[in-house]
Design a binder for this molecule. Sequence first.
Ligand code: SF4
Length: 291
Amino acid sequence: MRTDELTFLDDSRTQLKPIILCKDDQTPVGYISMDVSFDICSERLHLRIAATDNLVNLTAIVPVAYAVSARIVHTTLQHHRGNGSNISCRKGCNACCHYLVPITVPEAIEFKAAFLKRPPNQRVRILQSSLAASKRILSKRPPEIFATKLTSEISNYQTGLQELSDWFEGLNVTCPFLDAGECSIYQERPLACREYFVSGSNKQCVGQEGGAIVVEMPIHISEVLGRLTSELKGADIKSTILPFLPAWWEQNPNCGQQLWPASVMAERFVTIIEKMAAKRSIIPISPSCRR
Ligand code: SF4
């Protein structure tokens, strides 16, 4: 795992961040820390997340969500590789960049800020590709689940997503962020892409030689962010998909304006991880909270 993927305490830049993933036992002055531990593939992961009381919008949780996801993904892949699986997913491969990629609300807000910083020619290209992809998607009849509300039950959520995903794959729509065969936002790519890996060769990945097997992550932090947003806003779990992002920005211009204390957001984030770990029979240890 690359250490720069972690929001470590010893990175001086993170001192300014309202929510951070701490290293070992350190908690900076002025932060409240929350611990959670659970087993991932028989390995115990200890996480300490610290937060200030500053008021923040949903994007404050995104870097920590990426760092926690990177820890879970790294441990899971190590376990699978240790058991002989060939995980061929790597930067530069685009075999799955025509799949349905849901994006959580905190990421959608964060992406808008990143999008606006891009050079005008890139912004135009992304908007044009998103528009073309959206037209294609909307010209086809979606499965029934699209018109039905997904409940917050994991089984319903996952079944619904799978049905949508299968339908979407048949549309042959490539991701608007794929540029000349490469992901143009690789460092900022959404959790759905960060948490998707397959076991098998490149040929199997594109449907030849029997097909690749999706590596099941013990916890999807994308689901955690969906639930966190739902709890904080008191609404159903919402997300959009990458081609619809520009339309989503238009329809939700004020979505990043609501604020919560960072410590409340972090505490809920940790609690949701703990509940999901418990539900999936991964042994959780009660989180502790101290200032
Ligand atoms: S965001 Fe990047 S990695 Fe994810 S589907 Fe699009 S091009 Fe592929």
